[in-house]
Design a binder for this molecule. Sequence first.
Ligand SMILES: [Zn+2]
Length: 62
Amino acid sequence: MSDDSDTSYCLIDATRPPKADGPPYAECVLCRKPTEYPESYKGITLCPVCEWQEAQRTACSG
Ligand SMILES: [Zn+2]
């Protein structure tokens, strides 16, 4: 028994939401297509296409 198990969250890359093991998947907030994220994911979920487009947009801002 150990109370230090909370430190395991440090292994998770916070910049990437967890991918779902299977359906139901969350909908893309832009085009409503199914994403790779679990439906229970709290936050903005984008499909691979929209995610790429958003990345391009933010990269070229200015
Ligand atoms: Zn999309």
